[in-house]
Design a protein around this ligand. Structure first.
Ligand code: NAD
Length: 249
């Protein structure tokens, strides 16, 4: 029988105990950065800063109008410098300090708020806003905070593009992610609507493996709620700081 998830306000649950040697996988989505003032897709009704996602976050959109796409990401780069990590980012950085390599922190976000809160080794499965790569050649992606008015070009002559994973593209490092999932004892998703795959499918994969506790933390029930053991409803900044308790460490 498939268990029914407990879905309730976050303050109705106790902390999640992490025993010595247990592996924790935390997947964050746009909701973890919402309280820092970075808008989620959902808040904007499917629009991203007033643009249609198909225009600014797909390879086809970039092919059609590279300047529009670069102006969009350049604006986001400028805004990124003005926002600060919130209590949820800080709490996850603290957890990393406490349990070290037993934490795998994977984010769908392209912002750098986990790093700015002090997290190390963050897995950016959808790339990074402050990185640029060539759309054609194999030159390594490079750190880049520049805002561009015109679409810049690589030394090879092709267009440079933001080093982010657009809709229809393959996320970065999926084999490393699935390896980490295989070893996971506690899986926690924070602030992700459960609508963007493959990330939304990680929890079902774990359900199939049958070894991890799976917990959701976020404002509302996600679309993949059925696969979690618990959905703890509330703001990430309110719930994440008291979410974990270390036992026997
Ligand atoms: P989403 O916008 O689809 O969903 C955000 C989720 O966060 C919603 O379920 C919402 O209920 C929840 N939420 C909103 N405020 C919250 C809060 N204060 N605390 C906890 N939860 C809150 O985002 P998604 O599921 O991450 O998927 C969208 C895609 O958009 C991702 O691939 C991501 O790369 C991209 N994106 C990234 C950023 C960013 O880098 N910060 C921002 C917007 C979108």
């Amino acid at each position: 029988m498939v268990p029914i998830p407990k879905i309730a306000p976050g303050n109705e649950f106790g902390p999640l105990l992490i025993k010595r040697g247990e592996r924790v996988f935390v997947l964050t989505g746009a909701g973890v950065s919402a309280e820092s003032g970075v808008p989620t897709f959902r808040d904007a009704g499917g629009l991203w800063e007033q643009h249609r996602v198909e225009d600014v976050a797909t390879p086809e959109g970039f092919e059609r109008a590279p300047e529009l796409v670069w102006r969009f990401y350049s604006e986001r780069r400028k805004k990124a410098a003005t926002v600060q990590p919130n209590a949820a980012h800080l709490a996850l950085a603290r957890l990393g300090e406490q349990i070290g390599d037993d934490l795998f922190l994977c984010t769908q976000n392209v912002d750098a708020l986990h790093e700015r809160a002090g997290s190390r080794g963050v897995w950016h499965m959808h790339g990074r806003l402050l990185s640029t790569r060539c759309s054609e050649c194999s030159r390594a992606p490079f750190d880049d905070e520049s805002a561009y008015e015109k679409a810049p070009r690589c030394d090879c002559g092709a267009l440079l593009r933001p080093d982010v994973v657009w809709f229809g593209e393959m996320p970065y490092g999926l084999s490393r992610i699935y390896q980490a999932l295989e070893e996971t004892d506690l899986f926690v998703t924070v602030g992700s609507s459960g609508a963007v795959y493959p990330a939304a499918g990680f929890v079902s994969h774990l359900r199939h493996l049958g070894r991890a506790r799976c917990i959701y933390v976020g404002l509302e029930k996600p679309e993949n709620a059925h696969a979690f053991d618990e959905c703890r409803l509330g703001k990430a900044g309110d719930l994440v700081p008291s979410l974990f308790e270390l036992a026997n460490r």
